[in-house]
Design a protein around this ligand. Structure first.
Ligand code: ATP
Length: 325
């Protein structure tokens, strides 16, 4: 079957319950919150929304519990035109939840995550929805679902010559089987550090000393010599990203939006990484070239940080293309 120009995201779906208070309670303490908000997230859902907002038909394979949170999250996804016909409802389980208390003045927070239905997304579920994967040309994964499910998805994608992008967050050790099956790995700096077993001081990215980055690229090279199909795109927060295609020269491609929009300042970076990954998949589909795709993603994520929230901060195709010119 010829794959369509669709993207399939296999991953988590969460609902964040956010209370803002004058302080974070200590053990045994009860405090009154000054405000409360419900936000929709989960890396899988966020990345699916990013793709869909950028105009690509996107299937989401995920799991919700049998509760109102799950139903509301589905409604939200439908508003963003994500195809949710492959979101499975798990009886007697709760939807993935994050209970968050934010301290008003400092913005510091404490978070308790209930994986709920996300932890129940199984290899069998993925097999049951194989059609939603094999009808796409790109498959986008993260690590908020069981690793066996990720492995099974990669196996299906590879059998059907579908490109696999993995955002290894939150980081778990990746075995060779996974790394052989991925086309593009998109770690942030912390995930790269663990992957390469190397501490990378923040100053490295500001330094003009090439010997510092040479150590990192030497290790990336070594990884790519072993896993010959593996390309990397490393995200560096406000410093943009680094693109490492297969065994070629490395390109630093930091895109900051400030010079383009004079009124810009960073408002909220939550979910920028997810916006970047979704947009990278869309860019790859549009341009067929990793460097161009990363430029597109850098701009999309750059726009998202100028707006409050996560999914609601993701840009449309027109907004990204306006800045690409
Ligand atoms: P998160 O977990 O908060 O979603 P992350 O750690 O996975 O983020 P980052 O490396 O922080 O990912 O950011 C991803 C991308 O978002 C960057 O590569 C960049 O394109 C964009 N970005 C992040 N912060 C900024 C910023 N302050 N200004 C412009 N672009 C930004």
């Amino acid at each position: 079957m010829e794959p369509e120009r669709n993207i399939c995201v296999i991953g988590s779906l969460n609902v964040d319950l956010v209370a803002t208070a004058t302080k974070i309670p200590v053990k045994g303490e009860t405090i009154l919150a000054s405000s409360f908000a419900i936000r929709y997230g989960g890396k899988g859902a966020n990345q699916a929304v990013a793709c869909s907002r950028l105009g690509i038909q996107t299937n989401l394979v995920a799991k919700i519990g049998d509760d109102d949170y799950g139903r509301q999250a589905m409604e939200k996804l439908a508003e963003y035109s994500v195809n949710t016909s492959t979101v499975i409802k798990e009886e007697l389980e709760s939807t993935g939840l994050a209970l968050i208390v934010v301290e008003e003045e400092t913005g510091e927070n404490v978070i308790t995550v209930v994986s709920g239905a996300n932890a129940r997304l199984s290899s069998e579920d993925v097999l049951r929805h194989e059609e939603a994967i094999v009808s796409c040309s790109i498959c986008l994964l993260q690590l908020e679902i069981p690793l066996d499910t990720v492995k099974k998805t990669i196996e299906i994608a590879k059998r059907n010559q579908i490109k696999v992008i993995l955002n290894p967050a939150p980081f778990q050790l990746l075995n060779d089987e996974i790394l052989y099956g991925i086309d593009i790995l998109v770690p942030n700096v912390l995930e790269l550090e663990i992957l390469l077993g190397l501490h990378i001081p923040d100053s490295t990215w500001y330094s003009n000393d090439d010997s510092e980055t040479a150590v990192i690229f030497g290790l990336v090279d070594r990884l790519q010599r072993k896993f010959q199909n593996l390309a990397l795109v490393i995200t560096l927060g406000k410093r943009g990203c680094i693109v490492c295609p297969h065994m070629e020269n490395k390109h630093l491609n930091a895109f900051l939006i400030e010079p383009y929009i004079s009124t810009h300042h960073t408002v909220d970076t939550t979910g920028a990484g997810d916006c970047f990954c979704g947009a990278l998949a869309v860019g790859l589909m549009e341009y067929g070239n990793l460097l161009e795709a990363a430029r597109f993603a850098n701009i999309a994520a750059g726009i998202s940080v100028t707006r409050q929230g996560t999914q609601e901060s993701y840009p449309s195709r027109e907004q990204v293309e306006y800045l690409l010119k």
